[in-house]
Design a protein around this ligand. Structure first.
Ligand code: FES
Ligand SMILES: [Fe+2]
Length: 445
């Protein structure tokens, strides 16, 4: 995030504080049709045209440091192996034996010199997926081993974050990320390590969970402490980025500024939170605001200089979503003496017995006392969100709900839904379920 962008965001926040209405000419949104969250028809469209075509986070490079190291990735509801090949390149294959379809890998995480299906021992190369051995090959008439490779999917890495995409025609991950990668380069993703993983199953449609992290309109209403709130949503500025992604910078409230020793919301200081290792390159605005990015469709990251989570949303069925959050921190031994002076302003976590994800199975938490306190606070905010979200599905399904009005401050949600329709194909979405394409001229390019 260069200085020009930071100064532009400061100007935008000042404008947001001072405005008395949305900007002149800003479009009036129609209601978002409730059917997008509750109908089988829309669920089926997403299954057919969104998830098979989009980049999603699968894990971290350091999860598989050695040749042959692999983990299974199930969150796309497809059986996927992510493996480091003999050339050290990370690749993804469907975990589907080309004989009679057994999984070639059974353990969630491991290391293999070859993938040998346990059913009849067909054996595949870990780098190319080539079928290299078939027991009793003489008994297969006309078997062409070259046609029976493990099937691949796209797999690309951004600053050690591994993404997969089932669509071989998809744009590159770098193109999909667009300005997000350069704007977040200061996080030094390659030098971070995973320190905690959590997940929770919430009884609502995945978009209800995603939408909760695309606005701060709700923040002081459900996340206040003793009547005090950390953020002042009136100054929040939203950046609509290409491909449905977005950015949101929200200034601190007066009381939070005082706690941070700031004279005003934009008196940004190089705050280094005691008790934590610091990502020294993170700019002062991020240190003194709530700054968050979303990567369409299902990843949100609320940033901080001492470390931050990637929060992801995975549909299980129309009414059930797994929310997973993984915290990353600088890859140096963090001091664990002083208590954190952190005013937590993003979201939190509660592990539950029924929600162990593949990510959790891959690594346990490695928390200092400071990080444990940080996680506790984060978890409390997440629990406040979950308590709010779970009952919404039933409520949305009731005949009382006629449509979802969205305000200017919630425009990232509209931007998200526009991209969703573009991914599905606007003509495929029944007119009564569409959202109008209104925000293109506001997208930063
Ligand atoms: S199903 Fe894999 S070897 Fe038969
Ligand atoms: Fe929230």
């Amino acid at each position: 995030m260069d200085n020009d962008l930071v100064e532009r965001l400061r100007t935008e926040m000042r404008y947001e504080f001072e405005r008395t209405a949305p900007p002149d000419g800003f479009p009036a949104f129609h209601d978002i049709p409730v059917g997008r969250h509750i109908s089988d028809e829309f669920w089926d469209l997403e299954q057919a045209h969104l998830w098979p075509k989009v980049w999603v986070l699968a894990g971290r490079s350091e999860d598989i440091p050695g040749v042959g190291d692999y983990f299974l990735f199930d969150d796309l509801r497809q059986p996927i192996i992510v493996v480091r090949g003999k050339d050290a390149v990370v690749r993804a294959f469907y975990n589907t034996c080309q004989h009679r379809g057994a999984p070639v890998v059974r353990e969630q995480v491991g290391s293999a010199r070859a993938f040998r299906c346990q059913y009849h021992s067909w054996t595949y190369d870990i780098s190319s997926g080539a079928l290299i051995n078939v027991p009793d090959e003489r008994d297969f008439v006309g078997l062409d081993k070259a046609e029976r490779c493990l099937q691949t999917l796209r797999c690309e890495v951004w600053d050690n974050w591994i993404f997969v995409n089932q669509d071989h025609e998809a744009p590159s991950l770098a193109d999909w990320l667009g300005p997000i990668a350069p704007q977040l380069a200061e996080l030094q993703g390659t030098s971070l390590r995973t320190i905690a993983r959590r997940s929770e199953v919430v009884a609502c449609n995945w978009k209800i969970t995603a939408e909760a992290f695309l606005e701060v309109y709700h923040f002081r209403h459900i996340h206040s402490r003793n009547g005090d709130t950390l953020l002042d949503n009136r100054g929040a500025t939203m950046g609509l980025l290409p491909n449905g992604s977005s950015r949101m910078i929200t200034p601190f409230s007066k009381s939070a500024c005082a706690a941070f020793g700031m004279d005003d919301w934009d008196d940004w200081q190089h705050v280094v939170t005691p008790g934590f290792a610091d990502i020294a390159t993170v700019n002062d605005m991020i240190r003194c605001t709530s700054s968050a990015y979303s990567l369409f469709p299902n990843l949100i990251t609320p940033l901080a200089a001492y470390g931050f989570p990637f929060i992801t949303f995975w549909p299980i069925d129309k009414r059930t979503t797994r929310i997973t959050w993984t915290h990353y921190a600088p890859n140096s031994a963090p001091p664990n003496s002083a208590p954190p002076n952190s005013a937590d302003h993003d979201c939190k976590t509660v592990p539950s017995a029924d929600s162990e994800s593949a990510a959790e199975r891959r690594a346990g938490d490695v928390l200092t006392p400071a990080w444990q306190r940080r996680m506790d606070t984060f978890d409390q905010i997440m629990a406040e969100d979950f308590a709010n979200l779970a009952p919404m599905q039933r409520s949305l399904e009731s005949p009382a709900m006629r449509g979802i009005p969205i305000n200017y401050q919630e425009r990232r949600i509209w931007h998200f839904h526009e991209q969703l329709d573009r991914m599905i194909g606007i003509e495929r979405v029944p007119p009564e379920l569409r959202v109008a394409q209104l925000l293109d001229r506001y997208v930063e390019r």
